[in-house]
Design a protein around this ligand. Structure first.
Ligand code: KG4
Ligand code: ZN
Length: 351
């Protein structure tokens, strides 16, 4: 099946063409990326220290036709050999989501004459199934015997808007075990980066300066670490860093910033790793997968590999961040499992 997907849930305008082959609806799909365009709006939002919804909408409206012109040069799209059109319907910023939905409806009617299905996708399914884009998984392709080596899986979704730990019994069978009770981990990285005067989005900058610090981390608490559930909380940690920075305003030089960043990162990741490890044991998971922007963090990957003996499956860095390839996969899985999302922006859609 050849799928054209559009993603506009936040500050990336993205379009992808993907070919998916699958034996049965629960077997491991074989995914081939034929085109993958991502236009980032980071420079537009950076001066404001976060995503400004009406600017995101304006940029998507400007970028979508440009990306579409680029996509149309692909022979499969030019010759209308696409089997399905997918668009993100949520979660995300509703004004941004609507731009993608209305654009998809427009090309569905005026370019494809409604001859193919137009399917709504859950952005979180995109991050959840991005492990299928891992190079390592390709050795599993089409081999149903390998299915047993992959599932059950514990899945960790860590992005700018979400922190979710779940159990994936098989493709299409996800159960949420816990999530953040307040801020998402990526949002927390971004806010702490701002406190330290680092550019937006701050996650990768925090990771970079934290690497400069080998000892004397500033100790911060890991909220909910010892609670016997799979939930998280990040607003208290953010406040702890804020108070620390206020108390040490005159002493925050580059070395001290690195010590704060390293201490914060350690506290933020420690609880993720501990709860993922516990879930892996409790649910007898054979593998652990991670997805979402924070899954690009090398310290997180290292800590998970060290703590969890099971196979850790990580998507390539470019598929951790928002993209439309993962949306094609999410739309495809929803379609074969008959999960239908109305073509309406739903900012609070969950899984
Ligand atoms: O998945 P994503 O692109 O967008 C959402 O769906 O939210 O994630 C973006 C988030 C941002 O908060 C960004 O700071 C964070 O991912 N991020 C990182 C790293 N790279 C991106 N956080 C920690 N370490 C990184 N290396
Ligand atoms: Zn995302």
């Amino acid at each position: 099946m050849r799928i054209l997907a559009i993603e506009t849930s936040c500050d990336e305008t993205a379009c992808a063409l993907v070919e998916i082959k699958q034996k049965t609806k629960t077997s491991i799909p074989h995914i081939r990326v034929l085109a993958n365009i991502v236009s980032s709006q980071v420079s537009v939002h950076a001066p404001f220290g976060g995503v400004v919804p009406h600017l995101a909408k304006r940029e998507h409206i400007k970028n979508l036709p440009l990306i579409w012109e680029q996509c149309k040069t692909h022979p499969i799209i030019k010759n209308k050999k696409v089997d399905m059109l997918v668009v993100t319907v949520g979660p995300g910023l509703e004004p941004a989501l609507w731009t993608g939905i209305t654009f998809a409806q427009d090309i569905h009617t005026n370019y494809f004459q409604k001859k193919i299905p137009l399917v709504g996708a859950n952005h979180l399914h995109g991050h959840l199934y991005s492990f299928l884009l891992a190079g390592k998984i390709s050795k599993f392709k089409f081999l149903s015997s390998n299915q047993k080596k992959l599932f059950p899986m514990v899945s960790l979704i860590v992005s700018g808007g979400h922190t979710i730990l779940g159990y994936l019994k098989n493709i299409g069978l996800f159960q949420k075990l816990g999530e953040t009770k307040d801020d998402a981990i990526g949002e927390c990285f971004d806010k702490v980066a701002r406190l330290l005067g680092l550019p937006y989005p701050g996650g990768a900058h925090i990771e970079k300066i934290a690497r400069m610090c080998r000892k004397d981390f500033v100790p911060f608490p890991s909220p909910m670490l010892y609670q016997k559930n799979y939930h998280f909380s990040y607003s208290g940690l953010k406040t702890a860093v804020l108070y620390y920075c206020r108390e040490h305003t005159n002493q925050v030089d580059t070395k001290h910033k690195a010590q704060i960043a390293a201490g914060f990162q350690q506290a933020a990741l420690r609880v993720l790793v501990a709860k993922t490890k516990r879930a892996t044991q409790e649910y007898k998971a054979r593998t652990v997968s991670i997805g979402g922007g924070v899954a690009a963090n090398k310290a997180l990957r290292r800590m998970l590999k060290y703590e969890i003996s099971e196979n850790l499956i990580t998507p390539p860095f470019s598929f951790c961040m928002d993209n439309a390839v993962m949306i094609a996969v999410a739309g495809y899985i929803a379609y074969v499992h008959k999960i239908k999302y109305p073509l309406r922006a739903n900012g609070n859609l969950t899984i």
